[in-house]
Design a protein around this ligand. Structure first.
Ligand code: DQA
Length: 143
């Protein structure tokens, strides 16, 4: 089964982001980790990244039309994009929100997620392993 893994703004630049917050992997390494964890779980992961809100909304529409399960790290859009939230609400297959860091342990503006309310669940704070945990959660959900 295909799953879509959507990464939001600035995640493609993990190479220059604070590794004490986001972990040691660069984006290509994170992508490989996600692809191989998905393969072990019996999924084919399509891993995408965009800095553009509209593009992420189009991808969510595509997943809604195809009934594809989604794992999303909306990055900073997590905290304020009602448009991504409304698009995420259109999904009928499970949606899991992930974060590398634990936003609740960081600045106050990161304590709000406008996405969590339309996600099946949220996994945050485990670095790149957050995605592996999300893949395993999807596997358990889909049986
Ligand atoms: C993030 C947390 C967000 O607050 C931040 O804006 C990001 C990454 C994470 O994965 O920890 O870009 O979603």
């Amino acid at each position: 089964m295909k799953i879509m893994v959507i990464n939001g703004p600035n995640l493609a630049r993990l190479d220059i982001r604070d590794s004490s917050i986001y972990g040691d992997l660069n984006y290509a390494e994170l992508q490989s980790l996600i692809e191989s964890a998905a393969k072990s779980a019996g999924f084919i992961a399509e891993v995408r990244q965009s800095n553009d809100e509209a593009t992420i909304i189009e991808w969510l529409h595509e997943a809604a039309d195809a009934k594809t399960p989604v794992i999303i790290n909306p990055a900073a859009f997590t905290h304020y994009s009602y448009a991504i939230r409304d698009a995420a609400e259109l999904l009928s297959a499970p949606l899991i929100e992930v974060h590398l860091s634990n936003p609740m342990a960081r600045e106050e503006f990161r304590h709000t997620s406008v996405i969590s309310g339309v996600a099946h669940g949220t996994i945050a704070g485990f670095g790149p392993n957050s995605y592996v945990l999300a893949i395993n959660a999807l596997k358990a959900l889909l049986g």
